[in-house]
Each structure stands twice: as structure tokens, then as C-alpha cells.
Design a binder for this molecule. Structure first.
Ligand code: FE
Length: 236
């Protein structure tokens, strides 16, 4: 019995993990941050190897965890989700300050931050487990509540990105009850935006009546900027 959905019962917090390299900064959403020891304070993060932030942490051996508040808008999370920092400056229009070792500390929608230096990196299939000794940490806004992964899914309506371990693919259902083919709607996994072929995306240069499959490969979500492969068919 391998009921993967049972793993959703584990609780996690939603954070932005950031790092630096050669004068550049980048960050991504990570929901697997946990404390290993109290004294000295040591934490661990699990980061997907596909992420640019992974490369930055591996090279610079420093990272910052910014703990997100429940009030964080989905658009803000989409910015740091699986849209790649390779072709987009995620920190543009975001308030941040630079930590002691160089990575950015996010100041918007953040409850607090933890800055750490990597002491060990463990290879785990698609991810790397970075263990880091805490060198600085501070509460930024004590009045805010940290966002859990369950809150993100159940209250905010956020979805699991394709590259996350918990992602389960859905199949399109294009036949209606009458057996007539309908234009399939697609939902953005990061921010919940729904692409409706009837409406198209005029602001993005897509005419009404354009099927999702016919969108250009470089088309991006108008709300959060992720690519087509972060969309799933809407079956409900
Ligand atoms: Fe989106």
C-alpha cells in the first residue's frame, strides 16, 4: 500500500530560501525547513536540484530562510515558485535587505528569518539536503502568523508545483455529457489563475477561442509568470 496522499498529513511551513553567487541573488519557495538541534542551533533544508537557488547554495555555502506569513498573496508566492531566476529577477519590486553573508532577507510578508552557513550537503535523489549552522535569526513581524503548507493548500487555494514530490498529475476530460468536445480550461498550479480558451488572454496577445494546447510555448501565466508546464486541466 503506497497511498501517497497520506503524506499530505505531514505539516510544513512555507518559506523562501535565498542565496547568492557572483554578485547575483535568487530565491525559491521551499516547504521543507526544519530545526535539527537547539544548541548550537542547526537547521536543514531540502532543495530541488533543478532550482537555480540550489546552484547558488551549493557554490556559496550560505543561505537565508524567510518565513512567510499567512497573509502572503499567491501572486507573491508565484514570483518565487517555479518561475526560474535564470531569466527573471525575482527580487525586482520586493523589499529585502542583505544578510551578513550576502543572501537577501525578504522583508515583505515575512514573519522572521534564519541565516545559516552550510556544514554538510547530502544527496537525496532529486533534492539536496543542506544542513546549516545558524549564524543569525530574527523575528521581523511578531504580529503575523506563519503560513503552513496546509493553509496554503486549503485556505489560499494554492496548488502543488509539478516538480514537487507531492505532485499528482491530472488527465484532461474534454468530453462533455453530450459527447461534444469542449474547450478545456487549465489552472495555474502556482497561483490558481484559470486559463479559459473562450476568453483567451488578450493582454498577453492571445485571441479568444485559442485552445490551451495552441498557446505559444513561451506563453506565461498572466498573474504569476510561470510557464505552460505548471498548468493542469480543470476537471471540476
Ligand atoms: Fe499563475
Amino acid at each position: 500500500m503506497l497511498d501517497l496522499e497520506s503524506l499530505f498529513n505531514l505539516s510544513y511551513g512555507m518559506c523562501i530560501v535565498s542565496s547568492k553567487r557572483n554578485g547575483k541573488i535568487n530565491g525559491c519557495i521551499v516547504n521543507t525547513v526544519f530545526q535539527l538541534t537547539p544548541e548550537p542551533p542547526v537547521i536543514a533544508i531540502s532543495v530541488n536540484k533543478e532550482n537555480l537557488t540550489h546552484e547558488y547554495i551549493a557554490k556559496s555555502t550560505v543561505f537565508v530562510v524567510s518565513i512567510l506569513a499567512e497573509k502572503t498573496p499567491l501572486e507573491f508566492m508565484g514570483r518565487f515558485g517555479y518561475r526560474s531566476g535564470r531569466d527573471f529577477d525575482k527580487f525586482q519590486k520586493v523589499n529585502y535587505k542583505i544578510g551578513i553573508t550576502g543572501p537577501p532577507i525578504v522583508l515583505d510578508n515575512t514573519v522572521g528569518f534564519i541565516e545559516a552557513e552550510v556544514t554538510e550537503a547530502i544527496d537525496v535523489e532529486t533534492h539536496t539536503l543542506f544542513i546549516g549552522r545558524v549564524i543569525a535569526c530574527q523575528t521581523i513581524d511578531a504580529g503575523e502568523t506563519p503560513m503552513t503548507y496546509n493553509y496554503y493548500r486549503d485556505v489560499k487555494g494554492g496548488r502543488t508545483p509539478r516538480t514537487a514530490a507531492t505532485y499528482i498529475a491530472k488527465k484532461p476530460e474534454t468530453e462533455s455529457k453530450q459527447g461534444v468536445k469542449e474547450m478545456q480550461k487549465y489552472r495555474c498550479l502556482m497561483c490558481g489563475y484559470i486559463y479559459d480558451p473562450q476568453a483567451g488572454d488578450p493582454a498577453g496577445g492571445v485571441e479568444p477561442g485559442t485552445a490551451f494546447e495552441d498557446l505559444p510555448d513561451d506563453w506565461i501565466c498572466p498573474d504569476c509568470g510561470v510557464g505552460k508546464d505548471e498548468f493542469e486541466p480543470v476537471n471540476d
